[in-house]
Write a protein that binds this ligand. Sequence first.
Ligand code: 13P
Length: 287
Amino acid sequence: MLVSAKEMLDKAKAGHYAVGHFNINNLEWAKAVLLTAQENNSPVILGVSEGAGKYMCGYKTIVGMVNGMLESLKITVPVALHLDHGSYEGALACIEAGFSSVMFDGSHYPIEENIAKTKELVAICAEKGISLEAEVGSIGGVEDGVVGKGECADPDECKMIADLGVDMLAAGIGNIHGVYPDNWAGLSFDTLAAVQAKTGKMPLVLHGGTGIPTDMIKKAIDLGVSKINVNTECQLAFAAATRAYIEAGKDKSGKGFDPRKLLAPGYEAIKATVKEKMELFGSINKA
Ligand code: 13P
């Protein structure tokens, strides 16, 4: 059964580790992430962007697929199905469809509007036992065509949003979605420490997990990050493994064109990436 992310993140915050949020794109992705979590006895969050939601034929299809997998793959570790960077309407649609967690990203609104909309969702989610992530200070890079500059959040605004009763808070600390450019300045630990000081027990979320050096990940966890989002890294691993299979001509040998064979190396590459992240984040054996 899908669970809210609240309990797993509160435990992670208290235990000084982070739970991985891995974006899914299709059946292979969902299966790879779920089985890796089960094999490593780790809690996990499946992230679905609005774009990926459309791609996978809507939120209800995804809920049906993931619930079916939990049963048929005998997944017993805590799993949350979470909307990533949702609009207000997207969050309502996911709640209705059976997601166990949603993010409302109001970071592009003036803070008053971000507060007003987040507040409404706090009430709706609380009633249904669904966890809610909010965002202050937009994350850089491009996600679903939305471009952010990688700003640093205002710690006082973070406190205002945290005090509304959200379950986790994404604060921009110079992080960027996608591959980091060579001239990236790194994470702003001063901002993270200031946000943590103002928000206390609130589990903090680090977006743009792809390509952040391991020492920075560890320091971010020390400073209160309890959820780390990874998307691009799984996509790159999947693409590289699929390319290697085709470039080796394996699709032309025997029944190598069978999608169950063609997609297998990419699937294994996602599993390896997810396991590596779970080790780094410290969530193994924390189910
Ligand atoms: P990356 O694609 O950089 O791993 O970021 C993922 C993310 O933050 C999803 O919200």
